[in-house]
Ligand binder design. Structure first.
Ligand code: UDX
Length: 434
């Protein structure tokens, strides 16, 4: 494999992981961002996001001279002392815009900025999740016949992004220029992963197709949990039985308070919008989103029932605020969505999360965030486990039982051992099981 000269534009979640991991594969990577403070922090070795292995990987590759952080795309691309940049990754945010469609303003801004800077023969790679047709649109924005555009979607999960990058299930590279696609695929050759070379539109579609399928799988499991409860079946037994079928698989079958995070909500809305614009009502995706709402409401029903029929004035202790365990990300967290519903019914909320020890204005409003589970439990009419942090299993439940107002736990992740809880004097209420 030849080491390549790579620029990564955007040092958010995807950009930083991509930059550090590509450097660890031997490439020379320069990462750019428009935020000067962030670049200063990165140059100081400070990583803003909680991602196992990332700080070490960044430090190692900076020390080896393969990874740099600079302010602005120009500095990453125009480097007269060095060989010309060969591949430029666009890793800028594509948030949910008007009507659920992805907002491409950041992609457009970077394309405008770099179009005259790119050397002849360079490949621009879109890593951001973008609507089908964006590679083509980017090609037009760049207006350069001598520069190719490739779509190379990422499938990284927060909390295991470095692992996922270095051990991918597949690499998908789409372009209408075969040689450019092959050059991008070669960047990853050391990983030995199955590699699919396809057209740009199909590669762009793969990302939505995969994420929306996974969201649909979870909505199905969450609805199944509801039905199991009504029928006296146990969803854990049911999903285990389903999972032995290799066409279904054992993973991504855990019911919870609904799915969230920075990708699934955004991508399901975007796919609905993409389909609508193409004249199609993608009913399955719409139903998955509606089921996700119902799932949250059902959690609230359970809490209301557990505290005797009304939430007004009841103190509820929340365990877990992030959208899943292993991350400090609160974006589109189902835990916070459930919290808002509880609050709307007049509950008084105290929340504890191992990765979020303080209030975050505009995000955790209405929740008193404490830095200890005991404080969240104090005088609570019920405790609700919302995020599957493994450390909740080994909390001192007897001590928690000593401070709660009423010893009731609603475990929306089926995380805790019911016997341990019962021994500590708690009534344990799971999801989809009795
Ligand atoms: C997801 C995709 O998995 C990843 O491939 C894509 O690149 C980005 O979006 P991420 O958002 O990090 O990754 O989270 P993921 O681990 O997939 O979980 C998404 C949501 O589903 C979380 O709210 C999580 O708690 C929930 N979930 C996941 C369940 O409720 N049950 C499960 O069995 C798995």
């Amino acid at each position: 494999m030849f080491a390549r000269r790579i620029a990564v534009i955007g040092t958010g979640y995807v950009g930083l992981t991509t930059g550090a991991c590509l450097a660890s594969l031997g490439h020379h990577v320069v990462c750019a961002d428009i935020d000067p403070d962030k670049i200063d922090r990165l140059n100081d070795g400070q990583i803003d996001i909680l991602e196992p292995g990332l700080p070490e990987l960044v430090a190692e590759n900076v020390a080896a001279g393969r990874l740099e952080f600079v302010l602005g795309a120009r500095q990453a691309i125009v480097r007269p002392e060095e060989p010309a940049v060969e591949v430029v990754f666009l890793c800028v945010p594509t948030p949910m815009g008007e009507g659920g469609a992805a907002d491409l303003a950041a992609v457009q801004a970077v394309a405008n900025e770099v179009r005259h800077l790119l050397p002849k023969g360079c490949v621009v790679v879109n890593k951001s999740t973008v609507p089908v047709g964006t590679a083509e649109a980017t090609r037009k924005m760049l207006g350069r016949r001598d520069v190719s555009v490739v779509s190379n979607p990422e499938f990284l999960r927060e909390g295991s992004a470095v692992h996922d990058f270095l051990h991918p299930d597949r690499i998908v590279v789409g372009s209408d220029a075969q040689d450019a696609a092959e050059r991008v695929a070669a960047l990853y050759s050391k990983l030995g992963a199955p590699t699919q070379l396809t057209d740009a539109a199909s590669a762009e579609m793969v990302k939505y197709a995969a994420n929306c399928f996974l969201a649909m799988k979870l909505s199905y499991v969450n609805a199944l949990a509801d039905l199991c409860e009504r029928l006296g079946a146990d969803v854990i037994e049911v999903t285990e039985g389903m999972g032995y079928d290799r066409r279904i698989g054992q993973t991504f079958l855990s019911p919870g308070p609904g799915w969230g995070g920075s990708c699934f909500p955004k991508d399901t809305h975007a796919l609905l919008q993409i389909a609508a614009a193409a004249g199609m009502d993608f009913e399955l995706v719409g139903a998955s989103l509606r089921t996700n709402e119902t799932t949250r409401e059902r959690v609230v029903d359970k809490v209301r029932t557990a505290v005797g029929g009304s939430l007004a004035g009841q103190r509820i202790g929340l365990l877990g605020l992030t959208f899943k365990a292993g991350t400090d990300d609160l974006r589109d967290s189902p835990s916070l969505a459930v919290a808002q519903l509880l609050r709307a019914e007049g509950a008084e909320l105290v929340g504890y999360d191992p990765a979020c020890p303080h209030d975050v204005p505009g995000v955790t409003d209405g929740i008193t965030v404490v830095d200890d589970a005991l404080d969240a439990a104090k005088d609570a009419a019920a405790l609700v486990v919302l995020t599957e942090w493994p450390q909740f299993r080994t909390l001192d439940w007897t001590a928690l039982g000593g401070v709660v107002g009423a010893p009731v736990v609603i475990d929306t992740r089926n995380l805790l051992d019911p016997d341990v809880l019962r021994r500590a004097g708690f009534a344990w209420i799971g999801l989809g099981r009795s």
